[in-house]
Design a protein around this ligand. Structure first.
Ligand code: NAD
Ligand code: UDP
Length: 314
């Protein structure tokens, strides 16, 4: 049993990770400032004697005795990370400095939740870890993309300079229960719109592609990466299935039985045109690959949002 800190633990991915770590027998400290996280995401865990919820902002230093740190604190939806872009940069950069300083002091192993956004609007397709990316340094997405890139730099520099035991995963678009209904990302938008009978908002022509990974697959990959020895990463964690936004909209309509129409909206600036992970490294080094196909994951996510709507939470 280890004592594990999860920053951003009340968010979408963090809450699934906390639940998995408790099920694996660990003690879990969930630290969050509740910017995009909710107490409701972890309410089923509160009361477990091995679970602790801490309200704190990673921009401020903190000291805890832990063996493992998963650093997830950072808004992930473009709507939320662009709401206060300066804060987003501070969260990624100061947050990384604080978890790395803590890991150095207490000799904890620390895993960074990096992102496929480090590849920007990629000129190489699919994206292997060796690709350095194609990122605008001063556009509306830069606060997130460059913040995450600096965080990776800090992780590797603390590792080389101070011997900190790091792990870096690059997460591709992930979806599932516990996403906020008004999160702003495409899967939750389409599902909520379909359930309400509102038009599905397609940005641009809808021909841009993404690869969608169900959250349970991601959590398995993150834990595998954390618990193996000898490989610090970076490693892509994503589902190589690639879909256009029009295809995703059709799937949501079909699975929900909704008769919503499609409505085109302007394409946001710097929106990546294509994205698909090369997961050879994860397959080889972790023996990991995703198991949940898009349709199955969408059905589970639809069920969750239906229940949220029925219970008045959405
Ligand atoms: P989320 O917005 O649901 O969760 C982020 C959590 O971090 C929230 O609980 C939020 O309140 C908390 N947080 C934000 N700023 C904080 C701060 N300054 N101090 C403390 N807590 C703070 O997003 P998510 O989808 O669960 O993403 C989790 C992590 O995974 C993020 O770091 C994100 O960049 C990364 N990631 C996610 C995806 C994805 O598709 N979901 C893809 C790539 C990377
Ligand atoms: N998108 C869309 N309609 C929406 C929300 C998003 O067409 O209501 C598109 C968006 O332009 C992008 C893709 O869906 O091309 C994925 O967007 P999301 O915000 O989920 O994540 P991103 O991968 O862009 O960070």
């Amino acid at each position: 049993m280890a004592r594990v800190l999860v920053t951003g633990g009340a968010g979408f991915i963090g809450s699934h990770l906390c639940r998995r770590l408790l099920a694996d027998g660990h003690e879990v400290l969930c630290l969050d400032n509740f910017f995009t996280g909710r107490k409701r995401n972890v309410e089923a865990l509160v009361g477990n004697p091995r679970f602790e919820l801490i309200r704190h902002d990673v921009v401020e230093p903190f000291m805890l005795e832990v063996d493992r740190i998963y650093n997830l604190a950072c808004p992930a939806s473009p709507v939320h990370y662009q709401y206060n872009p300066v804060k987003t940069v501070k969260t990624s950069v100061l947050g990384a400095i604080h978890v790395l300083g803590l890991a150095k002091r207490v000799r904890a192993r620390v895993l960074q939740a990096s992102t496929s956004e480090v590849y920007g609007d990629p000129a190489v397709h699919p994206q292997p870890e060796s690709y350095w990316g194609h990122v605008n340094p001063n556009g509306p997405r830069s606060c997130y993309d460059e913040g995450k890139r600096v965080a990776e730099t800090l992780f590797f520099d603390y590792h080389r300079q101070n011997g900190v035991d790091i792990r870096v995963v690059r997460i591709f678009n992930t979806y599932g229960p516990m996403m906020l209904p008004d999160d702003g990302r495409v899967v939750s938008n389409f599902i909520m719109q379909a359930l309400k009978g509102a038009p599905l908002t397609i940005y641009g022509e809808g021909k841009q592609t993404r690869s969608f990974q169900y959250v349970d697959d991601l959590v398995t990959g993150m834990v595998k990466m954390m618990e193996q020895d000898g490989f610090v990463g970076p490693v892509n964690l994503g589902n190589p299935g690639e879909f256009t936004m029009l295809e995703l909209a059709q799937k949501v309509l079909q699975l929900s039985g909704s008769s919503s129409k499609l409505e085109h909206r302007p394409l946001p600036p710097d929106d990546p045109r294509q994205r698909r992970p090369d997961i050879s490294v994860a397959r080889q080094r972790l023996g990991w690959e995703p198991r949940v196909p898009l349709e199955e994951g969408l059905v589970r996510t639809l069920e969750y949002f239906r229940k949220q709507v029925a219970e008045g939470h959405a």
